[in-house]
Design a protein around this ligand. Structure first.
Ligand SMILES: [Zn+2]
Length: 317
């Protein structure tokens, strides 16, 4: 058998590795194992076309699909002190941050933007699970406060897409302090009478579930999203009992009254339009291809110069 492993196998491997297919063209669905072509997957908003599994989607891709014409403006978030605890596990915290920034191309785990959805002004924030598991540190706290303040200033709703492994342990107690801070931010919206809509995506766990992600006026989740404080494995080990099928998944939580809706990613925009317009006391959105409204007449401008006047000016020169 030696000649097979020593000679034949390396030969076969070398034949295949010569083809140099860029690895990122295909993504394997973690649920059903289907290989999905990157362009089709992006068109499908990162939802598997075979089993409908909702994979992570970056905040920018999500917002491009959500806002009218894919247009949105970033809201500035105050940058907190970097690495206040000089934290180090296998790697230094600043090194982990740098690596995450390089792979995602983002500053931090949350993006706050403003724009229009079906011509209704909104502020939206989304957590980036690919950035250190979307963990909630001081920056995420600042981002939610900035988003709430902006929504209050513009008198518009705040839409939040949550996805997190929990609080960021590298910031210790400072990350846990974001739970009351973000709760106060949500309260600001409530006092201003503005809607706060939470969309929970897979997975939303830990301190994020225990604070701003559960305080929405309307709680929506994406299908089959895991939403919990402690995960099913921890609970199973603690209570030493078999957990029911689908425990802590979106559909299970909808059945048990933790959620208002479970909505497919592709139907999310439409659903948000309906909810926002209802809560903001606006008439229902216009469906179909109606012509754009006439632009308002511009007043208080001097009349345009007549062609004779332009000619006269030239002659004077
Ligand atoms: Zn799949």
């Amino acid at each position: 058998m030696n000649w097979i492993s020593n000679y034949v196998r390396p030969k076969i491997n070398s034949l295949f590795s010569r083809r140099e297919v860029p690895e990122n063209l295909w993504t394997k669905c973690p649920e059903c194992g289907t290989m999905l072509f990157h362009r089709e997957l992006a068109e499908n908003l990162n939802v598997c076309s075979t089993c409908d599994h909702h994979m992570n989607i970056s905040p920018r891709d999500r917002f491009a699909a959500l806002f009218d014409g894919g247009i949105f403006t970033e809201v500035e978030v105050p940058v907190p002190l970097a690495d206040p605890l000089q934290f180090r596990d296998q790697k230094r915290y600043p090194d982990r941050m740098k690596a995450a920034q390089k792979t995602t191309g983002e500053k931090e785990a949350m993006l706050v933007v403003e724009g229009e959805i079906a011509r209704t002004q909104v502020v939206a924030a989304a957590q980036d699970f690919s950035f250190m598991a979307g963990s909630m540190g001081m920056y995420v706290g600042n981002a939610i406060i900035a988003a709430a303040e902006r929504a209050v200033k513009l008198k518009c709703p705040l839409i939040l897409f949550a996805a997190a492994g929990g609080a960021r342990m590298q910031e210790g107690i400072l990350s846990l302090m974001q739970m009351p801070r973000t709760t106060v931010a949500v309260q600001m919206l409530r006092e201003a009478g503005l809607p706060y809509i939470c969309i929970l995506t897979h997975p939303t766990t830990g301190g994020v579930t225990a604070s701003y992600a559960m305080l929405g006026d309307v709680q929506i989740a994406e299908p089959n999203a895991l939403i919990c404080f402690a995960g099913p494995r921890v609970i199973e080990q603690t209570i030493r009992e078999k957990l029911p099928e689908g425990f802590q998944r979106a559909e299970y939580l909808l059945d048990h009254g933790m959620l208002d809706r479970v909505t497919h990613r592709k139907a999310m925009r439409e659903e948000l339009v309906t909810i926002i317009r209802m809560l903001m006391n606006q008439p229902p959105a216009i469906k179909g291809d109606l012509p754009a409204p006439e632009p308002k007449p511009v007043i208080d401008l001097p009349p345009p110069p007549t062609p004779e006047a332009v000619v006269d000016d030239k002659a004077a020169e």
